[in-house]
Design a protein around this ligand. Structure first.
Ligand code: UDP
Length: 238
């Protein structure tokens, strides 16, 4: 079958996913490969919104921010997500995709502000929307931004791209007998103390009955498999 399992999805990419094997920043080959994956699902007609993190550039709770006022450090983190969003949108443009970046904090000379009806219009027009600056509030994360924007745009699922190909019974790096969950309920994940997204993001998805799919960003073709509804990664369901 060639019909995607979802009509509208919210893809959460961590900033670190842009680093590739580098220690920080944006790796050109990595971002281009990521955009190729995105292009594949966009061609399937899936409406796609992306929230990208900023951890490859700045993290509010990182050692580099020690001694800083937390809110100030978090605003720097949000600005880092704007840089990543611009880089991602530009790479998409070069690949022939049409993307729009919308920021949760006002920096109109650089990026247009987030306005929900406009974001919905862009999605309906088949444009890829990149939500920059997280939630626009300190003390939150881009995981929470993904849950929030995913809920707002009526996404059918949040696709959380990670370095690991799903949620495991234990840390696969420490315990070789760990196995991947094909699917798990929100309640089961809580009872088993499994870390899927940060607690605020997880609670919001659970309240909104918005499923999460955890899958590998490094595995070629994984994003397409997820969108096609294949057994890829771990589905967290209500
Ligand atoms: N951040 C924030 N509010 C938000 C989203 C992000 O304050 O709504 C800040 C926070 O300092 C965080 C940084 O931006 O550490 C980068 O975001 P995140 O850590 O979620 O990025 P990722 O780990 O996905 O790369």
């Amino acid at each position: 079958m060639t019909t995607p399992a979802y009509k509208r999805v919210l893809l959460k990419l961590s900033g670190e996913a842009l680093m590739g094997d580098d220690a920080y920043g944006i790796n050109r080959a990595t971002i281009e490969r990521m955009v190729a994956d995105v292009a594949e699902i966009s061609k399937l007609g899936v409406e796609l919104a992306i929230v990208i993190g900023g951890g490859n550039i700045f993290r509010g709770v990182a050692p580099g921010a020690q001694g800083m006022d937390r809110a100030t450090a978090d605003y720097m983190g949000m600005l880092a997500t704007v840089m990543n969003s611009l880089a991602l949108a530009d790479a998409m443009r070069q690949a022939g995709l049409t993307a729009r970046v919308m920021s949760a904090i006002g920096i109109e000379q650089v990026v247009e502000p987030y306005v929900r009806p406009k974001a919905l219009q862009y999605l309906e027009e088949g444009k890829i929307v990149v939500f920059a600056a997280g939630t626009g509030n300190p003390f939150f994360t881009t995981d929470t931004a993904a849950a929030l924007r995913g809920s707002e745009i009526g996404a059918q699922i949040v696709l959380k791209a990670t370095k690991v190909d799903g949620v495991y019974t234990a840390d696969p790096k420490k315990d070789p007998s760990a196995t991947r969950y094909q699917s798990i309920s929100f309640d089961e994940a809580i009872a088993k103390h499994l870390q899927v997204m940060d607690a605020t993001a997880f609670a919001l998805c659970r309240d909104q009955k918005l499923p999460i799919k955890v899958f590998s960003i490094v595995k070629p073709g994984a994003l397409k498999s997820v969108v096609m509804g294949d057994d890829e990664g771990t589905l967290v369901h209500v």
